[in-house]
Design a protein around this ligand. Structure first.
Ligand code: NAI
Length: 332
């Protein structure tokens, strides 16, 4: 199997190297990695931020995994991440947020929430302009087609993964047309899933209830901006972004990535925590049906965390990226 690998910027190459070692060990080396550039790395090499061969490679292989990419503020680049999602129609942002053993800043234990976020439209449609000096308009695009397919994905995910409930979050009371369309589309789709519990919750109420008791939630489906914010909040419930994996999924292609950024403050020092990208690779292995390898990776990560003696600085230890990866290889 060929997988497109975009090592990314900042700590990207360091955590990508760790991820490749672990996945090769778990799969017995059955993945052929096809490495491509994007972001600052591509620009420094004289290409555009999102070179055509990179997109072409993902189209061909259908599966990719990427490190974080730098989007310089005010540089005139569009976010490469947003461009990739739109170019490949990766309409689902999937973020399973699950408590892990070991030291963390988590306020709750046994959290197991899956956030399904619409990834292509809403307020992130990228359509904003200055109407007159001092007044900026940003267009929020909501279509029935995109709303129905993201909600359907959430129900299908629930069904395939033995999940009991789907929570649809919206803000229909304030935006009756745009959010009303999303809500109406969700109700229509829910009729096809009579055996899955469904609830419709206002966004403000959802956030408060998550803070009070996250255990009452299972799969949560939301629009683009709401989903972006709520998925980071859910990461906070289990101790922060450091170990939360992510996936961008479409009908034809899937691109897996850690949720964190390029961490410029520690880039090049060899001390980044590689677990978020390694857990993203676990999601990738599940996606392509390599379930035994995925289980191995998961169990290895849990063992290293539970043991607690070889941890990177962000987890309260003093190990390097390489030492933590060595420990994980031993656990595998
Ligand atoms: P960041 O996630 O890079 O860093 C925030 C803090 O978390 C820093 O103190 C950093 O050292 C720490 N951190 C992040 N990942 C870590 C890891 N694996 N191990 C240990 N510590 C880690 O967020 P920031 O600073 O807001 O963004 C920096 C750059 O990353 C920006 O250019 C931004 O555009 C980009 N970015 C890219 C993303 C992507 O490609 N998916 C996502 C988020 C940000």
């Amino acid at each position: 199997m060929k997988v497109t690998l975009i090592p990314g910027d900042g700590i990207g190459p360091e955590v990508s190297a760790a991820m490749v070692r672990v996945v090769d060990a778990a799969t017995g080396g059955t993945i052929e990695w096809e490495e491509h550039l994007a972001g600052s790395g591509a620009v420094d090499a004289g290409h555009s931020p999102l070179p055509a061969p990179t997109i072409q490679s993902i189209r061909q292989n259908r599966v990719g995994i990427k490190g974080p990419l730098q989007t310089p503020i005010g540089s005139g680049w569009r976010s490469v991440n947003v461009s990739m999602r739109q170019a490949l129609d990766l309409y689902v942002s999937l973020r399973p947020v699950k408590s892990l053993p070991g030291p963390s800043r988590a306020r709750y234990e046994d959290v197991d929430v899956v956030v399904v976020r619409e990834n292509t439209e809403g307020l992130y449609s990228g359509r904003e302009h200055e109407a007159v000096p001092g007044v900026v308009e940003a267009l929020k695009i909501v279509t029935r087609a995109a709303s129905e397919r993201i909600v359907r994905y959430a129900f299908e995910y629930a069904r395939a993964n033995g999940r009991r409930k789907v929570t649809v979050s919206h803000k229909q009371s304030i935006m009756p047309l745009s959010e009303g369309l999303f809500l109406d589309a969700a109700r229509t789709v829910a009729e096809d899933y009579p055996f899955t519990d469904v609830e419709y919750v206002g966004l403000d109420n959802l956030v408060m209830e998550l803070a009070l008791d996250p255990h009452q939630f299972d799969v949560i489906v939301l629009g683009n901006l709401d989903g972006d914010v709520v998925s980071d909040m859910c990461a906070g419930l289990v101790g922060g972004l450091g170990m939360v994996p992510g996936a961008n999924i479409g009908t034809k292609f899937a691109l897996f990535e850690a949720v964190h950024g390029t961490a410029p403050d520690i880039a090049g020092k060899g001390i980044a925590n590689p677990l978020a990208l390694i857990l993203s690779a676990e999601l990738m292995l599940r996606h392509v049906g390599e379930l035994a390898a995925a289980e191995k990776v998961r169990a290895g990560v849990e063992r290293v965390l539970a043991d607690g003696s070889v941890l990177t600085g962000d987890l309260g230890g003093s190990a390097t990226t390489e030492e933590m990866t060595d420990a994980l290889m031993e656990a595998l």
